[in-house]
Design a protein around this ligand. Structure first.
Ligand SMILES: *[C@@H]1O[C@H](CO)[C@@H](O)[C@H](O)[C@H]1NC(C)=O
Ligand SMILES: *[C@@H]1O[C@H](CO)[C@@H](O)[C@H](O)[C@H]1NC(C)=O
Ligand SMILES: *[C@@H]1O[C@H](CO)[C@@H](O)[C@H](O)[C@H]1NC(C)=O
Ligand SMILES: *[C@@H]1O[C@H](CO)[C@@H](O)[C@H](O)[C@H]1NC(C)=O
Ligand SMILES: *[C@@H]1O[C@H](CO)[C@@H](O)[C@H](O)[C@H]1NC(C)=O
Ligand SMILES: *[C@@H]1O[C@H](CO)[C@@H](O)[C@H](O)[C@H]1NC(C)=O
Length: 311
């Protein structure tokens, strides 16, 4: 007899009452779990049940398993430091941490491609779908933000990065600004570090965006109109922009700096991120995270993903 929900319920309800040391529903769950029933095989289960959170995985490639550890915590933004050396894009914090195997393609592009293929099955049910599911099964419309921190010359590296992104682009997985329209997709790539502003501005269509300088959005000398078609994200070094250690009381001036910079970004439809926030003592780190979130910062910049995801 096939194991169906109904069969299990009938079998359980037929048991004599005195055998039920536990509620019948628990027995039905245990039987169904051990049954390998197709009814229990959730099709897009890679990130099943994981809720996305506005956390940025700082130096994501440091973790035992880059990208996947972040996804397991629901982290919706990751950062790869990228070095162009002899025509290949390597990922690591400094040159001593580079190896032949750890490339932008192997650590980020190929895993993302595989995950997104799993999240976007092609069958009779999806034949008419026009949108793309993101990496998070609970929230298909939430894009993953991929920060590319260029460590070598940005003008030289950019064409290689655009080429490396081609498999994701070809599958329609990249957020793109084209024909005056910003179309969000599964992955939003944002250049930081040495990413070259003028070259990014010139991209048309554009699927590589620019991490804007959060404290300089109103600075006319940068000759740039900051908006989400160029910069969905603006960031600053927390230490120089705010500086509160998280110990003792925050000053009015420090709070005013947070709200001013956040306001500059939000007024332009741009998300605000403060990096280099204190990591220790833990209570000071948490105080700073709280002050940033309460005053409108959009991303928590985190090294300890477990702590940030349960914050
Ligand atoms: C890059 O190429 C040069 C010249 O062929 C070689 O000496 C060097 O070892 C290469 N670097 C790496 C990381 O492969
Ligand atoms: C897709 O569209 C076709 C034509 O309108 C329709 O016959 C079919 O039922 C649709 N499939 C789904 C899964 O909605
Ligand atoms: C932009 O518009 C042109 C002309 O209508 C069209 O050929 C092209 O595919 C569009 N590009 C995108 C990325 O939508
Ligand atoms: C802005 O434009 C002025 C005048 O063209 C130029 O001198 C200056 O270097 C530009 N600034 C930047 C940051 O490109
Ligand atoms: C507020 O920001 C300005 C501009 O970045 C900076 O000069 C000033 O020191 C900041 N104030 C504090 C209290 O950090
Ligand atoms: C911090 O703020 C609280 C509440 O406003 C106040 O009672 C306390 O004296 C302040 N502490 C310091 C060191 O200024």
């Amino acid at each position: 007899m096939k194991t169906t929900f109904l069969n299990v319920l009938i079998a359980i309800s037929a048991l004599p009452a005195r055998v039920l040391a536990k509620p019948g529903v628990d027995q039905a769950i245990a039987q169904l779990e051990s049954s390998n029933s197709k009814l229990l095989q959730y099709p897009t289960q890679f990130t099943q049940g994981i809720m996305p959170k506005a956390i940025h995985s700082h130096n994501d490639y440091w973790r035992d398993v880059p990208l996947l550890t972040a996804l397991s915590f629901g982290v919706a933004s990751v950062e790869a430091d990228v070095w162009l050396i002899n025509g290949t894009l390597f990922v690591g914090h400094e040159t001593g941490a580079l190896t032949e195997d750890r490339t932008f393609d192997s650590l980020y592009v190929q895993p993302l491609l595989q995950i997104l293929h799993m999240q976007n099955p092609k069958d009779g049910f999806t034949a008419n779908d026009t949108g793309v599911n993101g990496v998070f099964d609970t929230s298909g419309g939430t894009p993953l933000q991929l920060l590319v921190d260029i460590k070598t010359d940005g003008v030289e590296a950019l064409p290689f990065i655009l080429k490396a992104l081609q498999p994701l682009r070809a599958a329609g997985y990249l957020t793109t600004f084209a024909n005056e329209t910003l179309t969000q997709s599964a992955v939003t790539v944002v250049g930081t570090g040495n990413s070259p502003l003028e070259q990014v501005k010139a991209l048309s269509p554009r699927d590589y965006f620019f991490d804007a300088p959060l404290t300089q959005l109103t600075d006319p000398s940068l000759n740039t109109t900051w908006d989400p078609t160029l910069s969905p994200l603006a960031s600053t070094d927390y230490e120089t922009a705010v500086g509160w250690s998280g110990i003792g009381n925050v000053t009015d001036e420090q709070v005013a700096n947070i709200t001013q910079f956040v306001g500059d970004a939000h007024g332009r439809g741009i998300a605000a991120r403060f990096w280099d926030t204190p990591a220790w003592p833990i209570y000071a780190r948490d105080n700073v995270w709280r002050a940033l979130l309460e005053n409108g910062a959009d991303w928590l910049n985190a090294d300890d993903l477990a702590a940030a995801s349960s914050f």
